[in-house]
Design a protein around this ligand. Structure first.
Ligand code: F6P
Length: 563
């Protein structure tokens, strides 16, 4: 493994100074820009695989984009992307390769990828084949529970990247799920989660997938034990098993499988490693839905659907690798995010899917983007000299229109927003002969139009609005948005959308010089929770050891807690 080059302080580059001067002089005027340049929409609309991406309603000129591309070149973005693809240890603080892109390389790749002595392609294909066989056996009913019944419900137990990806993709691809199969997802250590998700389930037809990269995560292991106890109790109440170790082990063997990089720990839990699907430390948790972590998805949509899903990712990987920056969608979108964060003082970024099936996409992106780029030091430990990761958030349209869009349209803050829609709905319905999807997408088009062009005081007055109300009814416009349009929400398109945002996140991380693949910021809270647990469960000495604020709060909790 070669040492990684030191990160470049982007703020010292000529491109950055030019961007600062350019930003100071720029007067955003989307109305004027479109009026003066009839080609703007055409010129600033790009394609990446099946995605059409319209960047024309962003607060940029051709010069802005050229300067942003210059900044990307100044930090050798292309070189860093290629370093990731070939398996350099670009996750510097964990000294690891970052190879989620290897998970979706086609089976017939001619030049093999060998990293740190590992034949990556062979290993990936071997696990994919094992997942496909298992998925087929569950879907066909060949895989049976202890009483010989087929699986009807798959419960994925995981958290963070071992939950958010699978649940988001399951929701996105509901129309592709095999009839008669249901997936549920348990993530929170709040016991109400496992309680509610097992409620009403038939233990004889339920399969649990314990998904954890490390197989040490407190939430997942606690929930897995709760689920195992639930299974034993339910089967024993029905007189199917007794309390013997052999009976219980037999039940776990038919109702529990695991996904992990730590197959030894899987065995310690009591799951046969034969019934476990592996992956590798070079797959980050938030980049893992296309690894064995997606086993629940492979069961739900079938191995062929899962292959299409992976091919979608790969199409965007190839677009990113081969397309010049000036036409490269993830590069341009990542650079726009840098532009808004560092030059136009945006603090947040909204992601607004006009596709109800994508309702968990913003939550998924929160981990992808914020766990990746929420950093204050560069990969060599030096402090960053700019703001980094913005807060990602969002809800599906049109629901959001009736909740928080007011602030995006007329508030004091600049909130860049990505609008995502598909042309062909999975569930086309008519309302009195009117295509409801068309009505839905009229909102998608209307919102970006209103944000970009607003409504002037004169236009408000022309509607006969009393003068004293005119200011309240003015829309300033020049609110930036990106419109993403796909033909349909297929497995391939969902893969493309995920890969798009993975690479946007990468681009931002490289510009800022940060390691987008570690997550040390989640460690302190985890450690403190373990230290605090005895105090919460009645250990007076442990309570006395706490700082005054925490001690006071726990004392209040203990007073309130009944029983
Ligand atoms: O929250 C930290 C984190 O390590 C995430 O990065 C990861 O996705 C999640 O916990 C779950 O980890 P694991 O898959 O090892 O249980």
């Amino acid at each position: 493994m070669s040492a990684q080059p030191a990160p470049i302080d982007i703020t010292t580059t000529a491109a950055w100074s030019e961007l600062q001067q350019h930003a100071a002089a720029l007067k955003p005027d989307l109305r004027g820009w479109f009026a003066d340049d009839p080609e703007r929409a055409y010129r600033l609309t790009y394609e990446a695989a099946d995605l059409v991406v319209d960047l024309s309603k962003n607060l940029v000129t051709d010069e802005t984009l050229a300067l942003l591309v210059k900044a990307a070149e100044a930090v050798d973005l292309q070189g860093r992307f290629e370093a990731m693809l070939r398996g350099d240890h670009i996750n510097v603080t964990e000294n690891r390769a970052v190879l989620h892109t290897a998970l979706r390389r086609p089976a017939d790749e001619t030049s093999p990828l060998i990293v740190d002595g590992q034949h990556v392609d062979d290993d990936v294909q071997e696990v994919l084949a094992k997942i496909a066989d298992f998925a087929d056996s569950v879907r066909s009913g060949e895989w049976q529970g202890v009483t010989g019944k087929p699986v009807r419900t798959v419960v994925n137990i995981g958290i963070g990247g071992s939950d958010l990806g699978p649940v988001m993709v399951y929701e996105a691809l509901k129309p592709y799920v095999q009839e008669g199969l249901e997936l549920r997802f348990v993530s929170n250590i709040d016991p109400s989660d496992v309680y509610e998700k097992t409620a009403g389930l038939d233990p004889e037809t339920t399969l649990f997938i314990v998904a954890s990269k490390t197989f040490t995560t407190l939430e997942t292991l606690t929930n897995a034990r709760l689920a195992r106890t639930w299974l034993w109790e339910q089967l024993s109440e029905r007189g199917i098993i007794d309390d013997s170790d052999a009976a219980r082990t037999g039940a776990v063997a038919r109702h529990f499988v695991a996904v992990s990089t730590a197959l030894d720990k899987v065995a310690d839990f009591g799951i046969d490693p034969e019934n476990a699907f592996g992956f590798w430390d070079w797959v980050g948790g938030r980049y893992s839905v296309d690894s064995a972590i997606g086993t629940s998805i492979a069961i739900a949509i079938g191995p062929d659907g899962f292959d299409e899903f992976l091919a979608g990712f790969h199409a965007i990987d190839e677009h990113t690798r081969t397309t010049p920056f000036a036409q490269n969608v993830p590069v341009l979108m990542g650079l726009l995010n840098v532009w808004y964060t560092n030059f136009l003082d945006a603090h947040t970024h909204a992601v607004l899917p006009y596709a109800q099936y994508l309702h968990r996409f913003p939550a998924y992106l929160q981990q992808l983007t914020m766990e990746s780029n929420g950093k204050s030091v560069r990969w060599d430990g030096t402090p960053v000299a700019t703001q980094t990761g913005e807060v990602f958030w969002g809800e599906p349209g049109t629901n959001g229109q009736h909740a928080f869009y007011q602030l995006i349209h007329q508030g004091t803050r600049l909130i860049p927003a990505d609008f995502i829609a598909v042309a062909n709905p999975a569930r086309p319905l008519q309302d009195g002969g009117v295509d409801v999807h068309g009505l839905f997408l009229a909102n998608y088009f209307a919102q970006t139009k209103a944000l970009a062009f607003g409504k002037t005081a004169d236009e408000v007055r022309a509607e006969g609005t009393p003068e004293e109300i005119v200011p309240a009814r003015v829309f300033p416009g020049n609110r930036p948005s990106t419109s993403i349009l796909a033909p349909e929400l297929s497995p391939a398109v969902v893969g493309q959308l995920i890969a798009l945002y993975e690479h946007i996140t990468f681009v931002q991380g490289i510009i800022w010089g940060i390691d987008s693949f570690d997550q040390w910021g989640v460690e302190l809270g985890k450690k403190l929770a373990l230290e605090i647990a005895p105090a919460v469960t009645g250990d007076g000495l442990a309570l006395a050891d706490q700082d005054p604020s925490t001690r006071s709060l726990i004392t209040k909790y203990l007073e309130l807690r009944k029983g």
